[in-house]
Design a protein around this ligand. Structure first.
Ligand code: 2AM
Length: 478
């Protein structure tokens, strides 16, 4: 037994992760359901490090040092359960099984509890960064027991991306499903970021009248400032790209129906269950969904819209700057919502998640990597109990300075008939949070009227019901 770590499931993600381990000096046991993939990996990349290919699960397990550490990289769902069952029979107490797929955190909680009974550590690890990240340094979000992280942590940290300050983009997130939970929220935030960027693009194109090439330049400029991020960078590259077949801007030849694999939807479903308003992620999921409803869109194409003219010259340039401010402010709101969700789940499940550490490990490797995340890390370092990012003085000041431009952008979008559900929902959230009084008071009164649901008063404690269909006197309800 010579291998420090094993990888089973050698499609692209698994292969790249195995190569990443090997390139960092670890001896890596390799296994795949069909041996051809294992052989292909060793044939092509065997020179990159020490690999121990195995044809059978038994040989694979026998090649691993104890406690054994096996990373499972198969499609989330039934395949994961099948592989877990196969290996559980071959493992001993103290061994560590790691699921690096995009499992739902409730599946991870179930699997962890079942394996814990047999003394096996099950680690649901979120891995972000795609194929490229898996090979060159992903952001890794492992859950599971503290004890499992003692032996596994150094291995994972060695292959993880490194933030600018050199620290690894990997930390023990918390027990059982905590790792897969934060990976899910990461993806939800990614959806929101992408939606906000798409809205900014749409406004620059439809309201400022910019061509894609010029918008690429605008995004490149923005990428020099506070919006500096991987997603802004690739947006500029996409917008600068010309379709070889037609000579048209690439973005104009791509069908405008966005797809989704489900982690955004999971985030919103889970947020509803936890009672956390994540309107930015919600709008992003709905926007993708709407784009795919071609029948509805065809049926609505003839509906009337406004006749506002595109802006020109200085007006367009001023507007583009306002869009940057709206994008930034909306981004702060959507991250604030995402962190609320992690915080709420951490309480609900007893995960004790370090909120600042999540920002720290998303600074590199993952799709939402950005300079911005170091600001979030710093905000939680200054106040670990920060109730919302918007309460951090730095973010509050910045959003405060952006808010007039943000309102102008949303109002202009409405006047031009350009849908900006992300910008609009973020602004509505901001205004609702800061409001002295909300019309929820009226909602409560209505609920008491039709359903005797009772209400509380602003001036004294207790619950009350008004006899709406009687003399409208007030009853005290215990
Ligand atoms: P395969 O090469 O034998 O198809 C992505 O599909 C990876 O998951 C592949 O390496 C694939 O193995 C593996 N995989 C898919 N379903 C599986 C299952 N039920 N059991 C084991 N491996 C599986």
């Amino acid at each position: 037994a010579t291998a420090q770590i094993g990888v089973t499931g050698l499609a692209v993600m698994g292969s790249n992760l195995a190569r990443n381990f090997a390139r960092h000096g670890h001896t890596v046991a390799l296994h795949n359901r069909t041996y051809a993939k294992t052989k292909a990996l060793v044939d092509q990349h065997g020179h990159e490090g020490d690999f121990v290919p195995a044809e059978t699960a038994e040989d694979f397990v026998a090649s691993l040092q104890k406690p054994r550490r096996i990373v499972i990289m198969v499609k989330a769902g039934e395949a994961t359960d099948a592989v877990i069952d196969e290996f559980t029979a071959l493992l001993e107490p103290g061994d560590v099984l790691i699921d690096g797929g995009n499992a739902h955190f409730n599946d991870t909680r179930r699997r962890e509890a079942a394996l814990r009974e047999r003394g096996i550590h099950f680690v649901g690890a979120g891995i972000s960064g795609g194929e490229e990240g898996a090979l060159n340094g992903p952001s890794i979000m492992p859950g599971g027991s503290e004890e499992s992280y003692k032996s596994l942590g150094p291995l994972l940290e060695s292959i993880a991306a490194k933030a600018e300050d050199g620290s690894p983009c990997c930390t023990h997130v918390g027990p059982d499903g905590a790792g897969h939970f934060v990976k899910m929220v990461h993806n939800g935030i990614e959806y929101a970021d992408m939606q906000l960027i798409a809205e900014a693009y749409d406004l620059l194109r439809s309201v400022a009248g910019y061509e894609p090439g010029r918008i690429a330049g605008t995004f490149r400029e923005w990428n020099q400032g506070r919006l500096d991020s991987y997603l802004i960078e690739i947006t500029a590259e996409v917008l600068a790209h010309t379709d070889a077949a037609t000579g048209r801007p690439f973005v104009d030849v791509v069908a405008d129906e966005a797809e989704q694999k489900g982690t955004g939807r999971w985030t919103v479903q889970t947020a509803l269950d936890l009672g956390v308003p994540v309107s930015g992620i919600g709008e992003a999921v709905f926007a993708r969904s709407l784009s795919g409803h071609t029948g509805l869109r065809a049926a609505a194409r003839g509906l009337s819209g406004p006749t506002a003219e595109a802006l020109t010259g200085d007006e367009a340039r001023v507007f583009a700057d306002q869009v940057e401010q709206a994008l930034y402010a909306s981004k702060v709101v959507s991250y604030a919502q995402g962190w609320n969700m992690i915080s709420r789940a951490s309480e609900e499940y007893g995960w004790d998640i370090n909120l600042g550490a999540m920002a720290a490990i998303w600074r590199g490797g993952c799709i939402i990597r950005a300079a911005f995340l170091d600001r979030i890390r710093a905000a939680f370092a200054a106040d670990p109990a920060l109730p919302t990012l918007l309460a951090d003085q730095g973010f509050a000041d910045e959003v405060g300075r952006a808010q007039e431009a943000w309102r102008t952008v949303v109002a202009t979008a409405v006047r031009h008939g350009v849908p900006t559900p992300g910008f609009s929902a973020a602004l509505a959230y901001y205004d609702a949070l800061r409001a002295e009084r909300l019309p929820a008071a009226l909602t409560q009164a209505q609920r008491d009227f039709f359903g005797a649901h009772t209400y509380r008063r602003t001036d004294r404690p207790g619950s009350f019901h008004t006899l709406w269909s009687g003399d409208r006197s007030e009853q005290s309800v215990d």
